[in-house]
Ligand binder design. Structure first.
Ligand SMILES: Nc1ncnc2c1ncn2[C@@H]1O[C@H](COP(=O)(O)OP(=O)(O)OP(=O)(O)O)[C@@H](O)[C@H]1O
Ligand SMILES: [Mg+2]
Length: 263
């Protein structure tokens, strides 16, 4: 049973936009994130067209597809970094389509981009506190909880984030994204550029985060790993939905592997 993530405790957020919309308390089988027919691009030309995605609490939902398929663009459209021209994004029953990113964060969605996901000149503690910027109080207890979840961060709390290794930096990015106990966590290529041994550590943290409750939507460079562990996977090609199904079933599809995964 998720310990958190399905609904955000009322002490976490301040201001008028508290999460906990009706959909947030729905049964665990109901999706937390519902993306319908989303079209997103840069300027006039759409990159992602009519894409629909659902992600459930306590589950890992993976998006795979060739380079340039529009995976990162889709995440940016969901997080409000790019405006969509058609379609909708909901968190439970709460329509967050085209809200500015900060408002979407307040409604319970956290987005960890592949690059620029920490503030290099700020200390690890300051980075975590930035993740708490709309929380109640000073957030010290939440920093402590993040250090329990990511022990590697505890000894580095006073170091500038730029001095962390790639794996530590990604763990800090996860922790910062989790500070407000999001209902939905978007991860774009969390293991990119990391040494193989570190990749396994970081990926095991993704699975731990999943077990703790939020709906996780991940784009991962290692397609096999992400489909192996995904409760549900979507194959995106040329900016459109192509196939979907339980991750291991997609991985067992020889044609799909030949066309989109290789090896
Ligand atoms: N800032 C941008 N301005 C204009 N076009 C962009 C921009 N970023 C990406 N694109 C284009 O959008 C398309 C999709 O790019 P996107 O980064 O979403 O793909 P991706 O599936 O994440 O690829 P990868 O697996 O390489 O990360 C590509 O044709 C890319 O050139
Ligand atoms: Mg990408």
């Amino acid at each position: 049973m998720p310990t958190w993530g399905v609904s955000v405790p009322p002490d976490v957020l301040q201001g008028e936009e508290k999460p906990g919309a009706p959909g947030a308390s729905s049964p665990s089988s109901a999706p937390t994130l519902i993306v319908e027919n989303l079209t997103v691009g840069y300027g006039s030309a759409p990159v992602v067209q009519d894409v629909s995605i659902r992600a459930k609490p306590g589950e890992l939902t993976a998006i795979v597809g060739p380079n340039g398929a529009g995976k990162s663009t889709l995440l940016k459209g969901i997080a409000g970094v790019l405006r969509s021209t058609t379609g909708s994004v909901r968190i439970g029953d709460d329509d967050v389509t085209n809200l500015v990113p900060e408002r979407i964060v307040r409604r319970g969605l956290s987005y960890v981009p592949q690059v620029a996901n920490v503030f290099p000149s700020l200390s690890v503690r300051e980075n975590l506190e930035m993740g708490w910027y709309i929380g109640h109080g000073d957030g010290k207890h939440r920093v402590e909880e993040m250090c329990e979840m990511f022990p590697a961060l505890r000894d580095s709390l006073h170091r500038p984030a730029r001095t962390l290794s790639g794996g530590q930096r990604m763990m800090l990015a996860f922790a910062r994204g989790l500070m407000l106990k999001p209902k939905v966590l978007l991860l774009d290529e969390p293991t990119a550029g990391l040494a193989p041994k570190i990749v396994e550590q970081v990926w095991s943290h993704v699975l731990e985060i999943k077990a703790s409750g939020p709906a996780i939507l991940v784009v991962e460079q290692n397609t096999r790993r992400s489909l192996r562990d995904a409760d549900w996977g979507y194959v995106l090609t040329n900016g459109r939905n192509n196939l979907e199904g339980p991750g291991p079933e997609l991985l067992a599809d020889k044609d799909l592997v030949r066309l989109y995964i290789g090896g």
